[in-house]
Design a protein around this ligand. Structure first.
Ligand SMILES: Nc1ncnc2c1ncn2[C@@H]1O[C@H](COP(=O)(O)OP(=O)(O)OP(=O)(O)O)[C@@H](O)[C@H]1O
Length: 606
């Protein structure tokens, strides 16, 4: 039960990918539109980069024309004297043009690298903000690995493609349009011949692109799914080993990896086909231009320089086609990634609570559950009609068989999920009138599943609390029996607990109890908080927890009924309802479900 709350905090393994594996890319148009909208802030920078790119392309296009002039001067010179000064003049102009073109491309590259990395950074930031705004319900059905894959793989794909493909697309389009214009201005027969030869091949490219798109989308989904499985297997590594689940995990990995291989192979193969295809088109067009050029030159309608210029124009025409087709294949994979990123960013968030003005700072701790009704899935009620009045400072134990709904009640109290009916009030204020953050501030929580993060012992103890002195830490550690551990650690409170394996489960649990003590919140939730400590330590911790719970309303979930005997009120839950309530003695006297549960544990212990 405690695991389930913790699981909710740490993102649960669930349906990998959140999308069916073979699911088609749903709304690519929307992904493109979302992406263009996302670029909004950087539109001026992108426009500047585009202008630089177009200007660079224009300078490149002037080249063949000038080279044609040089060639004609040289050809004429071969039969007489070469006009060297004219050749040098044109060559110098060409050198200046190409140098200027280089500077423009440099500026364009600088701008695009900055913009694409900024956009990638913004996407990561937005996803991270989004994670905090999503209801826990989302994480019940999406694997952590898939979310991670969106933050890393998908965002990286978007950044890389933007950086590499955008400038290629703009400059290639300019070169393409410019080269067509220049070809027609130079000689329309040669222009038509070259372009038709190249376009016959390009129609094949468009066919390949249309076929490969779906495989790019599948590839990103399968990658997310594989990440989900790897994350799941490694986070449960001990269980996998203990149950000899290695073979099954390996098989599943192999299956997912094979599916990824299959769609990645198809997408890569199809996009890989483009390059040889384009080289073929380029060479084919060269041959056609050479033949037609030779015929026209023999007829005397064009000069030798024009053939040279056309050889260059054909390169300036087919190379952009080649670049565009390559950029388009990257854009396809970017579109698939964008779709996954924006799909995540568009997930329904928890309600915006900024309008809520009610704030509880210091509370007495009266809690009332009034006809609470709840189900995780619509149509499947888990809590039927839960009512209970808890007075400030009381220690309430919630007991009952597995699946009775104990953890669910705690989830509802913390407003991790919204009620389907009824109300829960704290000091008379319904919790849905409070901001979630406010509610979480009122509670300290100790779960069975301890959560430690990479950092020092001090950071793990203090967590989000500020201004905690060493004296306070010493007191809390003494109360929780952690003093000897602190003394043994090489740097005391400042020892880095990077390797979780260096602490026992019990020690970790003591640290989380100490964390709740430092948090010093007016209400407490203890969910199987002492299940991992030995009986001697438990007595010590129990004492510490008694002092911790003193004067605070506390909710204790425990399977070991011996630990909650001193509770002011014990609520016995079964199938989402309270079936008995009262003190330990009262419930024993009733000789009902609780008495049966208690006696069965007592018998087991004796
Ligand atoms: N995230 C969830 N989505 C859908 N159903 C859930 C979810 N969490 C719990 N349930 C279901 O709700 C019911 C009550 O679960 P709950 O975790 O509250 O039981 P519990 O009394 O805490 O059990 P345990 O002592 O085993 O932890 C169970 O039938 C469980 O399958």
């Amino acid at each position: 039960m405690a695991e389930k709350i913790a699981r909710n905090h740490q993102n649960s393994p669930g349906i990998p990918g959140g999308m069916g594996t073979g699911e088609k890319s749903k709304n690519l148009k929307k992904a493109y539109a979302d992406f263009i909208h996302y670029l909004g802030r950087y539109k001026w920078s992108i426009l500047a980069a585009a202008i630089f790119s177009v200007a660079g392309a224009i300078l490149n296009l002037i080249g063949p024309n000038k080279l044609s002039e040089v060639t004609d001067l040289i050809t004429e010179g071969l039969s007489g004297s070469i006009q060297l000064s004219a050749v040098v003049q044109i060559a110098s102009l060409l050198a200046v043009l190409y140098a200027f073109g280089f500077l423009l491309n440099y500026a364009q590259g600088f701008i695009m690298a900055t913009v694409s990395q900024r956009i990638t950074q913004n996407m990561r930031r937005d996803i991270s903000t989004k994670i905090n705004k999503l209801p826990l319900r989302y994480f019940d059905s999406h694997s952590t690995g898939d979310v991670l894959s969106r933050v890393t793989n998908d965002v990286d794909t978007v950044g890389q493609t933007m950086n590499q493909s955008f400038s290629t697309l703009v400059s290639s389009l300019s070169l393409l349009i410019g080269s067509v214009l220049m070809m027609f201005l130079t000689n329309w027969i040669m222009a038509v011949t070259g372009i038709i030869a190249a376009l016959i091949g390009f129609s094949g490219i468009l066919f390949i692109i249309s076929k490969s798109q779906k495989y790019f989308a599948e590839q990103q989904q399968e990658l997310g799914s594989l990440n989900g499985q790897v994350e799941e297997t490694y986070s449960g590594f001990t269980v996998v080993k203990a149950y000899n689940g290695g073979r099954k995990a390996k098989e599943e990995f192999h299956q997912r990896s094979s599916r990824l291989y299959a769609c990645a192979w198809k997408s890569q193969f199809l996009s890989g086909l483009m390059m040889p295809f384009m080289i073929f088109i380029g060479n084919f067009a060269y041959v056609v231009v050479c033949i037609v050029g030779a015929v026209l030159a023999v007829q005397g309608s064009i000069s030798f320089g024009t053939i040279v210029a056309f050889m260059l124009y054909i390169r300036l025409f087919t190379q952009p086609l080649q670049n565009i087709s390559q950029a388009l294949s990257s854009v396809q994979s970017m579109a698939a990634s964008c779709e996954r990123v924006f799909e995540f960013l568009a997930e329904k968030e928890m309600e915006d609570e900024s309008y809520k003005k009610v704030e509880l700072c210091s509370v007495k701790g009266d809690v009332i559950f009034d006809h609470v009704k709840f189900g995780y899935d619509p149509g499947k009620t888990i809590i039927n009609d839960f009512s209970s009045r808890v007075k400030a400072g009381q220690k309430i134990a919630i007991v009952g068989p597995t699946g009775a709904g104990k953890t669910t009640m705690v989830n509802l109290l913390m407003r991790f999920y919204e009620l389907n009916g009824g109300t829960i009030t704290i000091d008379g204020t319904p919790i849905n009138e409070l901001k979630r953050e406010n509610i979480h501030n009122l509670f300290g929580m100790v779960l069975q599943d301890t959560w430690m993060f990479e950092g020092t012992l001090r950071e793990n103890l203090v967590y989000s609390k500020t201004g905690v002195t060493d004296k306070k830490l010493d007191e809390v550690c003494a109360a929780t029996g952690l003093t000897s551990l602190v003394k043994r650690l090489p740097d005391g409170y400042d020892t880095v607990l990077g390797d979780n394996a260096s602490l026992s489960a019990g020690q970790k649990q003591l640290i989380t109890i100490a964390r709740a003590m430092i948090e010093d919140a007016p209400l407490l939730i203890l969910d199987e908080a002492t299940s991992s400590v030995d009986t001697r330590t438990e007595q010590k911790v129990q004492k510490a927890m008694d002092s911790l719970t003193e004067g605070r309303t506390s909710f204790v979930i425990a399977h070991r009924l011996s630990t909650i005997k001193n509770a002011d009120c014990i609520l016995v839950m079964k199938d989402g309802d309270i079936i008995e309530s009262g003190s330990h003695e009262e419930l024993l006297a009733q000789n009902g479900f609780y008495a049966e549960l208690y006696n069965s544990q007592f018998e087991q212990a004796s």
